[in-house]
Write a protein that binds this ligand. Structure first.
Ligand SMILES: *Cc1c(COP(=O)(O)O)cnc(C)c1O
Length: 478
């Protein structure tokens, strides 16, 4: 039942305090003719309604959630405690600087920590998500070339294993996208890269480890090829879970990087909540950063704008409370703890991959980073059971499916990212379930075609859900 179908007219729960400021009437011309049709419910009904909805969802608090590339890691509760402090929540963005010194310090500390983690010189916290960060970073690259009068650079090189947002961001920036193939071991094909590099290349967008879970051993050579042709290198750091404290994009030769605080730095996400996609860059691009930046001098902390700023990417400071959660995570783990988190993420992925590789074909041979990709193609050929069927089968065991059908270069892909905080028992259980499903594909494929069997919702029509989403409540049909 939807919230509009619950409650009854007049059943309210508005217990508002007495108004302690002067009331102002805006007049008839700006008032609405009819009151809005809002649900009218008691507090207990509302509370039960949302608990009921929450029970139908699978979150990191419900069970294993190995969603590759998206890092559904545990979000420590301490993050919520700091992000709820009134000093952070009850402020106004236009308050005078001297009354928000603590908030500016938190922004500055986060910028500094993220620069240290990525090997960048400057950082903006304004973008609201990963794709927004990519768009921002490409604007910086564009501004850099334009400021040098170098106007013919319109191409962005993107490996074929890239996240879909990379070519999309490049296209939104008015660039043409050149796809660079992977070689047979899954690394960037260096000959193809050399052939594409030229004086019309604005830059390269790359994620390393790539989406197949491989760390590209030629990374210095790759960034050199781009720099030699006058282009810049963009690092998609949405998921930094393999490399925090181990290796830095800045040291690999990258000039710009975005991070997803809502993936690597433990902010809850996946339900569309606020995210944050900070963008870091090397000194030569810092003059183009979007405002607002924080600077410190003898009088305290100040908000400043970069000299040749590309402008505002979002209002004020971006999603400030997400930044506070990330800062809490960074401060509570410390440099050693962040490194250990990455090491455990890589260990957990390799542990699972090793136990599964005699039952499933792996897209990458050898050692993986924080995630691994299983190729269900041969199971599908032999039994008809697809990656989607295996994913749906997992739901009956209380396990959230891995990322499906990504990366695109693996046709029946299941991309598993266990994350660093899972126990050995959880990993062992998930391995057992995966093995059981591989067996069932052979013995009873029908059971998997129709899975899940124990969930509230079975198999929705995914095409219809995407093409004809019902996003509005139809009052007329009441
Ligand atoms: C999630 C992700 C993105 C996009 O981030 P959003 O916050 O969803 O916009 C980009 N690149 C990679 C590799 C990702 O995993």
């Amino acid at each position: 039942m939807l919230v509009f179908e619950k409650g009854a007219p007049g059943r309210g729960m508005q217990i508002l305090p007495k108004c302690d400021v002067e009331t102002v009437s805006f007049g008839e011309d700006v008032s609405r003719a009819e009151a809005p049709r809002l649900p009218e419910m008691s507090e207990s009904e509302v509370s039960r309604h949302y608990s009921d909805i929450a029970r139908r969802c699978h979150g990191v608090n419900d069970g294993f959630y190995p969603l590759g590339s998206c890092t559904m890691k545990y979000n420590p509760r301490i993050n919520e405690v700091t992000a709820s402090l009134p000093g952070f929540t009850e402020i106004h963005p236009l308050q005078p600087e001297n009354t928000v010194q603590g908030c500016l310090k938190a922004i500055k500390d986060t910028e500094d920590a993220l620069c240290a983690i990525t090997g960048m010189d400057a950082m903006t916290l304004q973008p609201a998500a990963g794709a927004h960060g990519e768009f921002t970073g490409l604007l910086l690259i564009k501004a850099y070339h334009e400021a040098r009068g170098d106007k013919k650079r319109t191409k962005i090189l993107v490996p074929d294993s890239a996240h879909g947002t990379n070519p999309a961001s490049a296209a939104m920036n008015g660039c043409s996208v050149v796809s660079i193939p992977s070689d047979e071991d899954g690394y960037v094909d260096l000959d193809a890269l050399r052939a594409a590099a030229g004086d019309d290349v604005a830059g390269l967008m790359l994620t390393n480890p790539n989406t197949v879970g491989l760390f590209d051993k030629n990374i210095k050579e790759i960034t050199n090829i781009i720099h030699e042709c006058g282009g810049l290198c963009y690092y998609d750091g949405a998921n930094l879970n393999a490399i925090m404290g181990v290796v830095r994009p800045g040291d690999m030769g990258f000039d710009v990087v975005h991070l997803n605080l809502h993936k690597t730095f433990s902010t809850p996400h996946g339900g569309g909540g606020p995210g944050s996609g900070p963008v870091g860059c090397k000194e030569k691009l810092a003059q183009f950063l979007p405002s607002i930046l924080v600077e410190e001098d003898a009088d305290g902390l100040h908000m400043t704008k970069a000299a040749d700023s590309i402008g505002e990417m979002k209002n004020f400071y971006g999603n400030f409370l997400v930044v506070i959660k990330a800062l809490t995570y960074i401060a509570s783990l410390g440099a050693e703890g962040l490194k250990e988190a990455s090491q455990n993420a890589v260990l957990n992925a390799n542990y699972m991959m090793h136990k599964l590789k005699s039952h499933y074909t792996m897209a990458c041979k050898g050692i993986c980073m924080h995630e691994f990709v299983m190729d269900i193609g041969d199971i599908k050929d032999a039994t008809g059971v697809s990656a989607m069927d295996i994913a749906k089968g997992l739901l009956d065991y209380g396990i959230h499916p891995p990322t499906m059908y990504f990366p695109l270069i693996v046709h029946e892909a299941l991309m598993v990212e266990p994350t660093e905080t899972e126990t050995r028992e959880t990993l062992d259980h998930a391995v057992d379930v995966f093995i059981e499903l591989a067996e069932r594909a052979k013995s009873d494929p029908e059971a998997l075609h129709s899975a899940p069997h124990n969930t509230v919702i079975g198999r929705p029509d995914e095409v219809k859900a995407a093409r004809q989403p019902v996003l509005k409540y139809d009052f007329a049909a009441e």
